[in-house]
Write a protein that binds this ligand. Structure first.
Ligand code: ASP
Length: 326
């Protein structure tokens, strides 16, 4: 039987980490090729190409590197891969997933996965997550669903998934909506229909800078007051509650929004920003009047990814369209 082609890339992260000596912390050392030996079952499912594109802790991934990974993934699909799997660190998985999803124009699935336990730990979850991710990437019903994250037997869409626990095995969730699907006895089951995604072209520039600041009680305005002078091209604020800031921050937002896009998200971790509920100084209605946009259901980190990509292709005036829920 002619098996489908599957492309896997390893970028590093806990899934590829081991301690070199007893008592030392784990660091990324395990190549994609070695990772593959932990899932011998895969040989019966696909003809696999594997590449180690990096061995980084995911905190040190950057947009330029991710664009080169995307280029690699595009090439794999254009050369016949049914699906693509990327293994990486979990710390920034929610951001890389959103980044790729805005740029992934194929019907073929792009699946991200990682592990919460290192390769040398008892009960390491990397092999099971990798096998699940491959099953999802190969499944016919995964087509036209964009970029998804597979962890702990669950499938999450890129625009909702978040790391919501620092160390637990079950570290990923999609607040409010839940996983989009799951693996049941090795088969891929979806709980919801695919939806129409909004895609962006590749950024023509990657030097733009978008700041993300969080509103905190009694915060000063030092950083805000210097955002324009520092040369930022956009600002995201993780606001209080439904997207609120203090009176002092509201004044600064007004000044900044005259020059660069300002996007207000919620720092709560779940739920949307408001549009028309509160009227006090620093509320969402006040901030909208002052020129800011509300991020809706998009979490602050994903809002920053969107704004960075839009600025990168000079389409920041389409921010409202990309934020609209339809
Ligand atoms: N704890 C992280 C992981 O799961 C480290 C990283 O993000 O690279 O891989």
């Amino acid at each position: 039987m002619d098996l489908p082609k599957l492309a896997i890339a390893a970028l590093g992260g806990t899934v590829s980490m081991q301690a070199r000596h007893v008592g030392e912390g784990v660091i990324p050392t395990v190549s994609g090729e070695t990772l593959l030996t932990t899932v011998p079952e895969l040989k019966n499912l696909a003809r696999v190409t594997v590449e180690t594109l990096g061995l980084h802790p995911s905190a040190s991934l950057n947009f330029d590197f991710l664009l080169s990974v995307l280029h690699w993934a595009n090439y794999q699909v254009e050369n016949g891969a049914t699906g693509v799997v990327i293994t990486q660190g979990t710390d920034t998985l929610e951001e890389t997933a959103a980044f790729f999803d805005y740029l992934w124009s194929h019907h073929a699935p792009l699946i991200l996965t990682g592990a919460m336990r290192s390769a040398s730990q008892v009960g390491a979850d990397g092999p099971a997550n990798l096998l699940d991710a491959c099953r999802v990437a190969l499944a016919q019903n995964s087509r036209c669903r964009g970029v998804q994250v597979v962890m702990s037997g669950q499938i999450h869409h890129a625009n909702t998934v978040r790391k919501t626990d620092s160390l637990a095995l079950q570290a990923f969730s999609s607040p409010l909506v839940g996983p989009v699907g799951m693996l049941v006895e090795g088969t891929v089951r979806y709980l919801r229909e695919p939806f129409q995604r909004k895609l962006l072209p590749l950024p023509q520039q990657t030097t733009q800078a978008v700041a993300l600041l969080e509103s905190t009680l009694s915060a000063d305005t030092l950083l805000l007051d210097n955002i324009l002078e520092l040369g930022y091209d956009g600002l995201v604020i993780a606001g209080f509650g439904a997207g609120h800031v203090s009176e002092q921050w509201a004044d600064a937002v007004e000044t900044i929004a005259k020059k660069i896009p300002v996007l207000i998200a919620t720092r709560t971790g779940s739920g949307p920003t408001a549009q028309s509920s509160y009227g006090f100084t620093g509320s969402e209605m006040d901030l909208i009047r002052r020129g800011a946009l509300m991020a809706g259901f998009l979490c602050p980190r994903k809002a920053r990814i969107l704004l960075w990509l839009l600025v990168g292709c000079q389409r920041q005036d389409e921010l409202a369209f990309f934020l609209a829920q339809d």
